[in-house]
Design a protein around this ligand. Structure first.
Ligand code: GLY
Length: 354
């Protein structure tokens, strides 16, 4: 018998994040007891399709579901208006009605685009997140942020729409290439810096990397507590963007060849050093963060210049007339956000250079 852990996210109607082994083969039974419909449309990508789609489909069909599926080319370059349109057309071809349900089977790109399409199709149908990467499991599948990239930048079109459930099979993580697994850990290190000193200690002593279920469980619990207080990022949720202003700039400067998690790791290193340089935290705190990143085989800095990054950050969607809201660090478990003027952005990043 499989033992799953469950984290409740009390936003909107509320939903469970179910975490454990064997969920790919057990998803049909879980969803049969949750959903009224017996028609589902699964969206996945070219990496995940050969690994898990057949097993997910078999489990769903055994539980009585009629299943259609669609796979797009894996990668951030697919997260665009064209693929989004193809997903909507797939829903229509599948004959989905307002009462039916979409399933996102894959990493962050699959989850973000499927959620956005589900939120738009017939003005909104239910969707399930089935994350298969560490990054999706601990961050993007929870909290209802969905969207696509535009030429002008990442995630510039999207919706806040919460999933009906998140089903996270930790066995999927075993098939991830080492660098993709490490990529996801960057968001976990971010969570630990924001609000989980015990998790941070697990990154310092090296026990976190071998214990994905505990890491996912702790990260999801922290994220749930934040989005329950601030679903639409009017305040507290901005903290989850720690490291993300430089990270988004790095991703864009690299033409999206640097994956999100690696860019977040670089952004965390930059913001840790900048916080220390500005007297917000100690140099020792910044050094601990750099060491924790390195323990996960993640970088803590970038070769892009502060000037190059600040030009991109000026177009960040979190920008206001006054500047860009960035998250700074006082200590492990104690972060705050501050408006940084566009003039000061380059100086802030320069303070964070290695
Ligand atoms: N990934 C940040 C958030 O969900 O707010």
């Amino acid at each position: 018998m499989n033992i799953y852990s469950t984290v409740r996210v009390n936003v909107g109607e509320g939903y469970d994040v179910t975490i454990g082994q064997g969920i790919v083969d057990g998803c049909g039974g879980i969803l049969a007891s949750l959903l009224a419909t017996r028609r589902v449309a699964v969206v996945t990508d070219s990496n995940v399709q050969p690994l898990y789609l057949g097993r997910v489909r078999a489990s769903l069909e055994a539980a009585g579901f009629a299943v259609t599926s669609f796979a797009f080319e894996a990668g951030e370059q697919s997260k665009n208006i064209s693929t989004f349109g193809s997903i909507l057309e797939f829903f229509a071809r599948s004959g989905l009605t307002r009462k039916d349900c979409a399933i996102a089977l894959g990493g962050g790109v699959v989850g973000d685009m499927t959620g956005f399409a589900a939120g738009c199709y017939m003005r909104g149908i239910d969707y399930i997140q089935m994350p298969t990467t560490m990054l999706a499991a601990i961050d993007s599948s929870v909290g209802g942020k969905t969207g696509i990239d535009l030429d002008a930048g990442k995630n510039l079109a999207g919706l806040f729409i919460q999933p009906k459930a998140v089903l996270c099979d930790t066995d999927c993580l075993a098939t991830l290439p080492a660098e993709v697994y490490a990529d996801g850990l960057a968001e976990a290190v971010k969570t630990a810096i924001l609000g989980d000193a015990e998790l941070f200690a697990m990154f310092e002593d090296g026990t976190a990397c071998a214990n994905p279920q505990a890491v996912i469980d702790r990260c999801v619990r922290y994220k749930a507590s934040v989005v329950e207080q601030d679903e639409k990022e009017s305040g507290l949720r901005k903290l989850l963007n720690l490291g993300h202003t430089p990270a988004h700039a790095i991703e864009k400067l690299s033409g999206y060849t640097i994956p999100h998690g690696r860019a977040v790791a670089m952004g965390l290193g930059i913001m840790a050093r900048a916080s220390a340089a500005r007297g917000n935290c100690t140099a020792q705190c910044a050094a601990r963060i750099e060491a924790a990143l390195k323990n996960c085989a993640l970088p803590a800095g970038t070769a892009y210049s502060a000037e190059e990054m600040s030009v991109i950050a000026e177009n960040d969607k979190k920008r206001t007339a006054a500047g860009v809201s960035v998250v700074l660090i006082r200590d492990i478990g104690d972060c705050f956000f501050e408006e940084v003027s566009l003039e000061d952005m380059s100086g802030l990043f320069a303070d964070g250079m290695e």
